[in-house]
Design a binder for this molecule. Sequence first.
Ligand code: B12
Length: 221
Amino acid sequence: MKDARQTEAEILAALEKAVDQMDEEGAVKSAQDALLAGIDPYFAITNGLSKGMALVSDKYESGVYFVPEILLCADAMYAAIEVLKPHLKPQQSGDNTPVIIGVIEGDIHDIGKSIVRLMLEAGGFTVYDLGNDVPVSAFIEKAREIGRGIIAVSTLMSTTMPGMARLIETLKSEGLRDSFKVMIGGGPVSQSFAAKIGADAYGANAMEGVRIAARWQEVLR
Ligand code: B12
């Protein structure tokens, strides 16, 4: 007789599928299954839900899904994240180091940024989420308010990449550059773009963002 319990691979596949199929109920159920099966919630997010969102991205790009579908897929992902979030154990202690995070002005894509935020919070950082379409002036205002820390900036569009360069330039001209480490991320940006604009690091995904931030804690103390 087949064991009624689902294997880890089956649960991860169910999470991926629920996001892809816009199945909020299924996503919540599979997130609960993941917890019951003792799957690390980080692993469930990165190897289940994020994979589903990557599939959805491909479908959008190939014209299978359109805006409404994308948003419903994201809703399913967020619903599952709500179940997993309370069970995320800090992997490193962020020691409450402040992180200002936002999507640069002109860009409303905030799904990736929200995952980075969640992982940073779970990693013990104090995150100030400025949202999407954030003007450089808003980053600067917050930076002045907190004085010292990390700035994490996201963009998914090539047209809005120059805003990241403007942010670094403005941090310099406002005398704030030495007090903040800056990391960038999102589809069109890269390590070489980070170097070109004078950002301190590029992170390809949320876990990398947390690892970078954890490295910086020491110097920011
Ligand atoms: C979902 C989506 C949308 C949704 C956004 C919903 C939302 N609330 O975010 C909707 C439908 C609204 C949308 C709108 C548009 N979109 Co759109 N969209 C996408 C799509 C399909 C998926 C993006 C996504 O959410 N991926 C899933 C997340 C989890 O992945 P992620 O964002 O990459 O984030 C991960 C990493 O990149 C990284 N990361 C991200 N940020 C950061 C930051 C830091 C600091 C670190 C360390 C890491 C990090 O970590 C994340 C998690 O691991 C992409 C296609 C693609 N391949 O990316 C197009 C895409 C980004 N969109 C595109 C475009 C053009 C648009 C529109 C202009 C379309 C239009 N003509 O109206 C508008 C944007 C209007 C605007 N002013 O912003 C283009 C951009 C092209 C370009 N290179 O400039 C893409 C690439 C599609 C394409 N090939 O044409 N879009």
